[in-house]
Ligand binder design. Structure first.
Ligand SMILES: [Zn+2]
Ligand SMILES: [Zn+2]
Length: 280
């Protein structure tokens, strides 16, 4: 479990294999590539796109929740995928002979979903080989109106009792998750640069897959991030979705070699899990 910008994150993500970013304190997840065991507890999942490594675990997740008598999950899916996801679950219901209860919520850029009283998710467009959307999580808090800054507590309480509105809602971008994307999302979407915690895919790290090839595949290359180091205002940045060709050691070495000082202190790489011992 990682603790980034004060937010607990339980993440796994390897390019082409599996991505699932869970927020245990908040009860939801982004993407379910393979339905990791603990993801059964996430009752809301926001999907970025329909590649297998991001959505492959959807039916398994729904079935596991039903088996454990947990409430039907809410799946947030891009508008253009709604019909196919409905169809896919319908086929699984027939195959599995079960009801697979779920609630599907279509959502796209310009829309929002309230996750809690003080937290909303808003999709933004990513730039992948097919349709893909990222999500920004915004917290909403009531703060004292600025013109009341010097006023004493008793006076504020009196004014509130008298019916005056003494607070105003303030929104803060807490998390931005880009899904699979090219680097353009950083330039285009202000929330990606400003979110306290940015979760950014950096699939390719060196010349084994050069920038031009990374772009053709719809992904980010580390060199493109380094060139734009001054754009990132985030408190913490989690790099995810490394290609399976990189070992933990190579990831650490390449980041140390390439990341400029302006980024190095804020970046956490999501390493692949250590190789498991050969099974007997
Ligand atoms: Zn992917
Ligand atoms: Zn993808």
């Amino acid at each position: 479990m990682l603790q980034l910008a004060g937010i607990a994150v339980d993440a796994r993500s390897i390019g082409g294999m599996e991505t699932c970013i869970q927020f245990p304190g908040l009860g939801f997840a982004f993407d379910i590539g393979r339905s990791p065991r603990k993801s059964v507890h996430r009752d809301v999942v926001l999907f970025t796109h329909a590649h297998m490594d991001h959505m492959g675990g959807i039916a398994y997740h729904a079935a596991t929740r039903a088996l454990r008598h947990l409430s039907p999950p809410t799946y947030v899916v891009p508008h253009e995928k709604l019909e196919d996801v409905e169809r896919l679950l319908g086929i699984w219901r027939r195959l599995d002979g079960s009801s697979l209860p779920v609630e599907l919520v279509p959502l796209g850029p310009g829309g929002e979903l309230r996750l809690r009283r003080d937290l909303v998710a808003r999709p933004f467009r990513a730039d992948h080989v097919g349709p893909c959307q990222g999500y920004a999580l915004w917290s909403r808090r009531q703060k004292l109106r600025p013109e009341l800054a010097g006023v004493g507590g008793d006076e504020i309480a009196r004014r509130r009792r008298a019916g005056e509105v003494v607070t105003r809602p303030v929104e803060t971008p807490e998390v931005a998750f880009c899904g699979d994307t090219r680097i353009e999302v950083v330039e285009r979407e202000e929330v990606v640069r400003r979110a306290r915690l940015l979760i950014l895919e950096v699939t390719f790290l060196d010349d084994r897959v050069p920038v031009v090839e990374a772009r053709a595949k719809g992904h980010v290359h580390l060199d493109e991030v380094c060139e734009r180091a001054s754009l990132f205002e985030n408190e913490a940045i989690l790099f995810t979705h490394f290609s399976a060709r990189y070992t933990r050691h190579e990831i650490a070495r390449l980041l140390e070699k390439k990341l400029p000082a302006a980024l190095a202190g804020r970046v956490t790489p999501l390493y692949p899990p250590p190789a498991s011992p050969p099974s007997r």
